[in-house]
Design a protein around this ligand. Sequence first.
Ligand code: SF4
Length: 256
Amino acid sequence: MPDLDATCSLDLGCPSDDFAAFCDAHPDRQVVVYANTSAAVKARADWMVTSSCALAIVKHLKDQGQKVLWAPDRHLGAYIQRETGADMLLWNGDCIVHNEFKGVELELLKARHPNAMVLVHPESPEAVVKLADVVGSTSQMLKAVIDGKAQEYIVATDNLIMHRMRQLAPGKTLFEAPTAGNSATCKSCAHCPWMAMNGLQGVIACLENGQGEITVNPAVGKDAVRCIDRMLAYVAANPAALAPKVQGMVRSIGAA
Ligand code: SF4
């Protein structure tokens, strides 16, 4: 890793011992965890998912009559629950970046830019997801900007993605989704301090000096890789599982 201190609130909020106790209390459920978890948490899981394939895999489990124990992001879990109708028990974690987006403020921004397409990552609160034209992973949001017919986009995810969007879709106008109201005394910045720690100097140190090596207990790693392999096999067999969720195919501006 470019910086071994670069962690994630989803990982910090899901200690493996507590999670194991939660799983032990619900042995009748398939355990589905997001990628942003430790190897020890993955070792307790039946499935790992990313935001690109989470919806499809939980729907697959529901169609098989399975109940789901979901961790760690409660917003993403609740979104999948609403979309699939699956029986899901949610761990109470969140992402410090996406949890800050505000539905009321987003409505005000939409009113100022009525032709803008709203792109939202599903780790955001329900009030924000409800206002989206496209709900999807960062790669799906990127594709929506590149392919979309709209001229303006409001983007609810880490704002570092804006640079890549401007590179790949020059000429499109982008707005950051709001994270606080006008009366707030402190505005968060839609920017993850941990992701930002992974800079080029760290990458060079990894490549040239072998710094940042991660060691995982082999027994934990052997168990953890099972849920990852299961996801990879499912996605390879079901490539359509990676399609973004487009809400109601968008007012008058066309869609990606
Ligand atoms: S933005 Fe930061 S805190 Fe949020 S999921 Fe990504 S790494 Fe974790």
